[in-house]
Ligand binder design. Structure first.
Ligand SMILES: *Cc1c(COP(=O)(O)O)cnc(C)c1O
Length: 458
């Protein structure tokens, strides 16, 4: 493990002295071996020792086509030859205009022509933050100033700014900030493997959606909107919602005149098998949050799409107070927009068409190699999003003691075998690039199965 070159040792030492890693207990990091990535090729990452790793998580869920994709590299280099950054305050830029047009056309085709207004920011959290502020201000300007609250799902994850953390529902991440969080109406997460209503999927008739509708109805007068990760709650542990749940929530929102905010930061751009998750249940949100895969995973770029109806509520005279006072320095960054345009060309130029075969292959591999393992409780898959839940006992779903950090151990073992995956507690997450080659998918699943066996059956 520690056959590092001198240069790698120096970089690792400097990292330990100066870099504060996200979501990381830095005291434990001191003891850990970690790769220092310096290059990549296709779906492979290369570290400073020349070791190669198959990137099984798309550089944290964003890299749609793999790394150093010639078409995207070219688009960014071309844009660099023109301008790297200019502002959208008081002026416009060609790439941000072209991308907005493209996103609106895509939304029109996949969801609804109503979703025609694009507000840029630079991260998933900011895309959600923008949606929250838009929804809040929209209700005021429509004469509903008492509609100030939001409803969100249990175990929700929407990013790490205070607004996103407020609607988040993962206690271990968000609980410490309780005094800073605004109050949120919580709907039970529709997690069938650990059903909050203790029902079973075969005969529950979506009781969780009835429960959600009842809660929303009771509180509708004080609610601005409902925020959901459609179809799959990613950071909660790749919780795949039962079919029909999203459509029911959307229907309830329509009936109660609540804005539906779809956080497709993780699910967008093909992840769930379709361009957007919402289209699988025929749902059009009022606000649609996009980030991660938007730029093909190349650059920090995000967008919040709003319907014409939301947009119109912000129009008025200069003194009407209806202006949306929100913006980021790098709003609509031209490099990010150029990368996004090239990524969309690839998605529409064949990647989406090839996706159903990839997804089916992934499903077959998981069924054959991972599902039978003694300590795999459930394999959850939607498109190329995969969560493998490790349990001490398959019949009772009893988890392993969390201090054993089984998920973490599996991930370290997989990396030793040349594959990068990530844990969410004891859920092992695979999130391959949509364009990952068949033999690489096979290697990803085989190595994951071997690592799980090595750790849980040791
Ligand atoms: C990753 C993620 C975010 C946050 O995105 P950042 O770019 O990390 O701020 C928000 N919502 C969902 C569903 C995500 O998966």
């Amino acid at each position: 493990m520690s056959q590092h070159t001198e240069r790698t040792k120096q970089l690792m030492a400097a990292d330990r002295r100066h870099v504060w890693h996200p979501f990381t207990q830095m005291q434990a990091w001191e003891e850990e071996d970690f790769p220092v990535i310096e290059a990549a090729e296709g779906c492979w990452l290369v570290d400073t020792d020349g070791q190669r790793y198959l990137d099984g998580i798309s550089a944290l869920w964003c890299n749609v086509h793999g790394h150093r994709v010639p078409q995207i590299d070219h688009a960014v280099i071309e844009q660099l030859g023109r301008v790297a950054h200019s502002t959208l305050l008081g002026m416009a830029s060609a790439p941000s205009i072209e991308l907005a047009e493209r996103l609106a056309a895509l939304a029109a085709r996949e969801l609804s022509p109503e979703l025609s207004r694009v507000f840029y920011s630079d991260a998933g959290a900011t895309a959600v933050e923008v949606a929250l502020k838009m929804a809040f201000q929209y209700q005021r300007q429509r004469g509903n100033p008492e509609r100030t609250r939001f409803a969100a799902l249990g175990s929700a994850y929407h990013g790490d700014t205070i607004g996103s953390v407020s609607i988040g529902g993962i206690e271990v991440m968000h609980g410490v900030f309780d005094p800073l969080r605004f109050e949120v109406l919580r709907l039970p997460s529709p997690h069938c493997y650990r059903c909050p209503l203790e029902l079973s999927r075969s005969d529950c008739a979506l009781a969780c959606a009835d429960r959600a509708a009842a809660i929303l109805t009771e509180h509708a007068a004080s609610l601005a909107g409902v925020v959901v990760e459609p179809l799959v709650q990613g950071a909660a542990g790749i919780i795949v919602h039962p079919q029909g749940y999203l459509a029911r929530i959307a229907e309830t929102c329509r009936e109660l005149d609540l804005l539906l905010v779809a956080d497709e930061v993780a699910t967008g751009f093909g992840r769930t098998g379709t361009f957007f998750a919402c289209s699988q249940e025929g749902v059009t949100p009022d606000l649609l949050c996009l980030a991660k895969g938007l730029s093909g995973g190349y650059l920090p770029l995000a967008a919040t799409l709003a319907t014409e109806q939301v947009y119109e509520a912000f129009l008025g005279s200069l003194t009407s107070g209806r202006t949306f006072f929100h913006g980021h320095t790098f709003t609509g960054n031209p490099l990010g927009c150029a990368a996004a345009l090239a990524s969309l060309d690839l998605l529409e130029g064949g990647v989406m068409a090839a996706l159903p075969d990839k997804v089916a292959r992934l499903e077959r591999l998981l069924a054959a190699q991972v599902e039978p393992l003694a300590h795999v409780g459930q394999v959850r898959q939607k498109g190329t999003m995969v969560g493998i839940e490790l349990v001490a006992d398959r019949s009772t779903h009893e988890p392993f003691p969390s201090e054993q950090r089984l998920g973490h151990q599996v991930v370290v073992e997989a990396r030793r075998r040349g594959v990068v995956i990530r844990p969410l507690g004891d859920v092992v997450v695979l999130m391959p690039a949509l364009a990952m080659a068949d033999d690489e998918l096979e290697l990803l699943v085989r190595t994951t199965a071997e690592a799980i066996t090595a750790i849980t059956e040791a």
